[in-house]
Write a protein that binds this ligand. Structure first.
Ligand code: NAD
Length: 354
């Protein structure tokens, strides 16, 4: 299990250090893991003059999985666009062909008060949003701005999905549903957009290979509403790039705690990039205050989706649950009556619970 470790900027090194301690527990027990460190983002710009340098490219291409902290910081905001840390992220996603973005929105009952929604609506929430990441109106050609035949300026984009693109993301979503509650909701706007009418047709065809999964379809406007009204009706949701962009952010905010949310982006060989959903949090960097749980949970996703090791993934997730149940909280999820811990102390507790 060759894992490229890209700590990145801001709180990246602090949260990655705790995630690695958790993986070290498994390694010491005999899991054959190898960690190879490389820079990405601002850190890479400082060392190599580029946010995704060749040195890092080689290591990531050669690895089975990539574990990433976060990139970015105010000191890099005035760089030319192609040199900015966030460009490193776009470059690595493209380089590794990561077309499937997995964004879980999980709300542990102990943290139900962190949400802006009523605790009974969100407590115990566990949704997985599968977003197609490399197609749709974000990449379709032609695109641009022009003057039309009436002499008026206009902007235009093209919404397009090829059958192979829909099939492969549908397979990812059905496979994930099989590993979870066996319910899949495909989100479209088939009443208005032919691209998504086509999407729906292909998803229905792929469903024949997964008779155990209960498939339903929902228009995106209704899905946005249902996520707020009754989010616990969902298990796995699959959708295109633009709808997924919006719905995954909406779903993550149901939980109200950005320091808890993991994510994964997979390619066709199940190689994956695993990272917390949050950024580099420059305001708390270097202070040992960050919540490492999103990154720790990203390692659980890595074990489940790239290395097919459900038992190890569940062990990490259960350790996190235990620590929360025991009342340990970093500052971002702290409530009166709980035990406030630093980033490294949270790591201590998770390792002990393992
Ligand atoms: P952010 O997610 O870094 O921070 C938003 C707020 O949440 C801050 O108050 C921060 O302190 C807090 N926060 C985030 N993660 C936390 C954690 N683990 N524990 C405790 N508190 C946490 O978003 P931002 O402030 O908009 O962006 C900061 C930098 O991160 C920017 O340079 C941005 O471009 C970059 N960014 C990177 C990624 C990525 O690497 N994937 C994603 C988003 C933003």
């Amino acid at each position: 299990m060759k894992i490229a470790v890209l700590a990145g900027d801001g709180i990246g090194p602090e949260i990655i250090a705790q995630a690695l301690r958790v993986l070290e527990v498994l390694k010491e027990e005999g899991m054959p893991m190898q960690f190879v460190h490389a820079p990405l983002g601002g850190q890479a710009y400082d060392q190599y003059g580029h946010p995704y340098p060749e040195f890092t490219q080689k290591i990531c291409r050669d690895a089975d999985a990539v574990l990433l902290g976060a990139v970015g910081g105010p000191q890099y905001d005035n760089l030319d666009r192609p040199l900015r840390p966030e460009r490193g992220l776009l470059a690595i996603r493209k380089d590794l062909g990561l077309f499937a973005n997995l964004r879980p929105a999980v709300l542990y009952p102990e943290l139900a008060n962190a949400s802006t929604l009523k605790p009974e609506v969100v407590s115990g929430l566990d949704i997985m949003i599968v977003r197609e990441l490399t197609g749709d109106v974000y990449f379709g050609q032609p695109r641009g701005m022009r003057t039309n035949e009436h002499g008026e300026r206009e902007g235009f984009n093209t919404m397009v999905y090829a059958e192979s693109e829909v099939r492969r993301i549908a397979h990812v979503a059905f496979d994930i549903a099989m590993k979870r509650g066996k319910k899949l909701c495909s989100v479209d706007k088939a009443n208005v957009l032919e691209t998504t009418e086509f999407w729906k047709e292909i998803v229905i065809d792929v469903a024949k290979e997964y008779p155990e999964v209960e498939l339903n379809h929902m228009y995106v406007d209704n899905a946005a509403m249902q996520l707020i009204r009754n989010p616990k009706q969902f298990d796995v949701m699959v959708t295109g790039n633009i709808f997924g962009d919006i719905l995954s952010d909406e779903a993550s905010m149901l939980t109200g705690s950005i320091g808890m949310l993991a994510s994964a982006s997979l390619n066709e060989t199940k190689k994956g990039l695993y990272e917390p959903s949050h950024g580099s949090a420059p305001d708390i960097a270097g202070k040992n205050l960050a919540n490492p749980i999103a990154t720790v949970l990203s390692t659980a996703m890595m074990l489940r989706y790239t290395f097919d090791n459900e038992a190890a993934a569940a062990r990490i997730e259960n350790a996190v649950k235990k620590v929360l149940a025991a009342g340990y909280r970093t500052g971002d999820i702290f409530e009166a009556g709980m035990r406030r811990v630093s980033c490294s102390e949270m790591g201590d507790q998770i390792v002990a619970a393992m």
